[in-house]
Design a protein around this ligand. Structure first.
Ligand code: SF4
Length: 338
């Protein structure tokens, strides 16, 4: 049965892989973020980069540190969270050394964040149009009339059927899928060079989720933007991401460019736990990963996945594995990897 799963995994390609240009726009080096003055580490030393036009998936269970990473990149960490160490370079510029106002401007203009919960990202007392037009007025300096025209045009571009009507509507009148389109419109309004999409389809049914993913993919390719797509569902990244980073307990445990030859037992477990693809008749059982992911503050001596890993050995419980390169854009953090 397990062989059946791996055969299924091997049959699913990622997006066509293109080697990134030499100069990434974003470089993250040894990024550690914690809550409670270091008591609850959320990320424990992340290293990754994104090239222009590249779509990278960041995947893992709840609590693995994915969303904290997104908010850390944007400079929007919640109260109580802080960057303990590491560097975030935007086109070579260290964001930690950038004055706060300049950083807000830079992130607002060049990085667009698509929030997980569109309802909480939208202000219920302002119309949809006012919220989109505000970006053009205050960030791009357009007149009221021009900002309105741009907002209506953008609402049409993200697939809202009646952009004029949508402009005057309020968030509570929209479905979850329509609200997510509005949030995407706000994220891409200033043509950012990097779109960070934080579980943008979590609250949506599969059909709408597929439309939203297609929309992000189209917008990114039309505008040449890089995308960091955060999700707990590996399957969503099929045909979308050119590279996938798998996170567990605040660390990247595997980097993939294809679903063939998954090396890390956690990534293999994520595959086996996927429900059958809608519309496909797959005769297989689900194999949930046993146990629970460690809590953010939990210190584990060896490999953090050892308590749940079917292959764990004494070495795993004593010594934390390092992330070992396996080839171009391929790496794994497991003592047993080949
Ligand atoms: Fe499993 Fe050991 Fe690999 Fe950790 S290092 S994933 S416990 S085999």
């Amino acid at each position: 049965m397990v062989g059946c799963f791996l055969a299924f995994a091997k049959s699913v390609p990622l997006g066509s892989f293109v080697l990134p240009p030499a100069q990434p726009i974003l470089q993250v080096q040894d990024l550690a973020i914690s809550f409670g003055r270091g008591a609850y580490p959320a990320t424990r030393g992340l290293d990754f980069s994104l090239a222009p036009g590249e779509v990278v998936g960041l995947v893992g269970e709840s609590g693995s540190g994915k969303s904290v990473t997104a908010y850390g990149l944007m400079g929007l960490l919640p109260h109580g969270a802080k960057v303990d160490r590491g560097v975030i370079l935007w086109k070579g510029q260290d964001l930690a050394l950038t004055p706060p106002k300049k950083r807000r401007d830079l992130c607002g203009r060049h990085l667009g964040l698509v929030f997980q919960e569109p309802l909480s990202a939208l202000n219920p007392v302002y119309s949809i149009g006012e919220q989109v037009a505000e970006i053009f007025r205050y960030r791009a300096g357009l007149s009221r009339a021009k900002a309105k025209a741009k907002a209506i045009e953008l609402l049409g571009q993200v697939g809202l059927p009646d952009p004029q009507g949508a402009y005057a509507s309020f968030p509570h009148r929209f479905s979850g899928g329509m609200r997510q389109r509005v949030v995407i419109a706000m994220a891409i309004a200033l043509s950012p060079e990097l779109i960070i999409a934080d579980e943008p389809t979590t609250a949506l049914d599969p059909t709408i989720a597929a439309q939203i993913i297609q929309l992000i993919q189209n917008l990114a390719s039309q505008r040449g933007a890089a995308v960091l797509f955060i999700t707990h569902n590996l399957r969503l990244l099929t045909g979308l991401a050119q590279r996938i980073l798998v996170m567990y307990h605040g660390l990247i445990v595997e980097e993939l460019t294809s679903f063939q030859d998954l090396q890390h037992p956690y990534t293999q477990g994520l595959w086996r736990a996927l429900p059958p693809e809608p519309g496909l008749r797959e005769d297989r059982r689900l194999f949930p990963i046993p146990g629970q992911a460690p809590l953010p503050g939990e210190e584990i001596r060896g490999c953090a996945f050892a308590p749940r890993c079917p292959k764990a050995q004494d070495l795993c419980r004593l010594t934390p594995p390092l992330l070992r390169p396996l080839g171009p854009n391929r790496a794994t953090r497991c003592h047993l990897s080949r």
